[in-house]
Ligand binder design. Structure first.
Ligand code: ADP
Ligand code: MG
Length: 345
């Protein structure tokens, strides 16, 4: 089995954006740390101080300590360990993110499901334990995946997983929440222009000094090497990509990636390499990029069109590209191997 180290991929991915951002005069030094399971970079332009950077990265670490499924003593770890036994008191932030995850679970008809944890653990993709599970192992965990079995008591601030063996996993949404939190801190410090890149989960605040939008590279999902296949012009926007290039292993010439179908228990295969969401809220864009990747183009584009201020860019395995009605307004393909799908107009 060939395993691509996600950390390396992520670090390269961060470079994409940073490369495009170089050459901005008056740029304060950026700061990068490994947190939330990935390389997170923040670049504050004009007025950034070490104090603000520290507040941001402390907050990112706090979110990781609450919401990581791999930490036993995080809120999510404790809720998982008490599945089928008892309700667990959690931080209000955990309830906020969980409620949003449940909202997208319902909206996506269960293609996105924060109770996907038992499957994530079984496949172990991106960990030393990654493997193709036996069919009966998959069949055994599928009944545990159902967001309707999450009990939230907002007054008591508790979460209860009603079935033993259930496991929450907020890996598809927590980085988006963290990006929104970083943006909130930056705005409160009266910094008007900034770049937040949490392992490819990007949020740009303001525009360039001359008033023109930032130019943000969109991950080339066929390369997985930090190359970008197009550029989006964006100001005060978030750009989030989900795809097959992030965490995967290969066996018998087949790629097994990390977005899993709660319906059949296998990595989702809908002929897509990636989905990029361009929107206003990073928690929503993060949940949506995973949701649309899991739903596929037909249902995913219908869902995206129904949402305000939300554009989606779908990359298919043949490197053709489709987008929602406003997607190509501020997005240009720069790599010749990609082309706009013939039916996309
Ligand atoms: P990344 O976090 O790598 O940027 P995503 O936002 O698409 O990518 O999240 C993928 C992660 O979400 C997986 O690693 C896993 O933890 C979790 N996950 C996998 N399948 C699903 C699913 N169907 N619904 C919700 N979360 C999922
Ligand atoms: Mg996501």
């Amino acid at each position: 089995m060939r395993r691509i180290r996600p950390v390396v991929t992520r670090a390269l991915q961060c470079l994409i954006v940073l490369i495009l951002f170089t050459g901005c005069p008056g740029q304060a030094p950026s700061r990068s740390e490994f947190v939330l399971g990935t390389v997170c970079s923040v670049n504050l332009y004009e007025g950034g101080s070490q104090k603000v950077y520290q507040t941001i990265f402390d907050r990112l670490r706090e979110i990781e300590n609450l919401m990581s499924a791999s930490l036993e003593d995080s809120d999510i770890g404790r809720v998982n360990n008490a599945a089928g036994i008892e309700a667990v008191a959690v931080h209000p932030d955990t309830i906020t993110v969980l409620k949003r995850a449940i909202y997208f679970a319902e909206l996506s008809g269960g293609a996105f499901d924060p109770t996907v944890g038992p499957l994530v653990k079984l496949w172990g993709i991106g960990t030393d334990a990654e493997r193709i599970p036996r069919e009966e192992e998959i069949a055994a965990v599928l009944p545990l995946i159902n967001w309707r079995d999450i009990g939230i008591d907002e007054d008591a601030c508790t979460v209860f997983l009603t079935q033993p063996g259930m496991r929450l996993d907020l890996g598809a949404i927590a980085k988006g929440y963290a990006a929104d939190e970083a943006a909130r801190i930056i705005k409160a410090a009266h910094i008007k222009r900034a770049l937040i890149d949490l392992g490819g989960n990007i949020l740009v605040l303001g525009a360039k000094r001359d008033g023109t939008p930032w130019r943000v590279g969109i991950q080339n999902p066929a390369e997985g090497r930090g190359a970008y296949f197009g550029i989006a012009e964006a100001a005060d926007k978030t750009l989030v990509t989900s795809g097959v290039y992030e965490r995967f292993f290969e066996s018998g010439g087949k790629r097994y990636h990390h977005i899993l179908s709660p319906r059949d228990g296998y990595p989702v295969d809908r002929g897509l390499l990636s989905v990029t969401i361009i929107g206003d809220s990073s928690i929503d864009a993060d949940a949506l990029s995973t949701s649309l990747f899991a739903l596929g183009y037909e249902a995913g584009s219908v869902l995206a069109e129904s949402l305000a201020n939300t554009e989606a860019i779908f990359v298919f395995t043949d490197l053709s590209v489709r987008g929602t009605s406003g997607a190509f307004g501020n997005f240009t393909i720069t790599d010749d191997s990609f082309s706009i799908h013939a039916d996309a107009y």
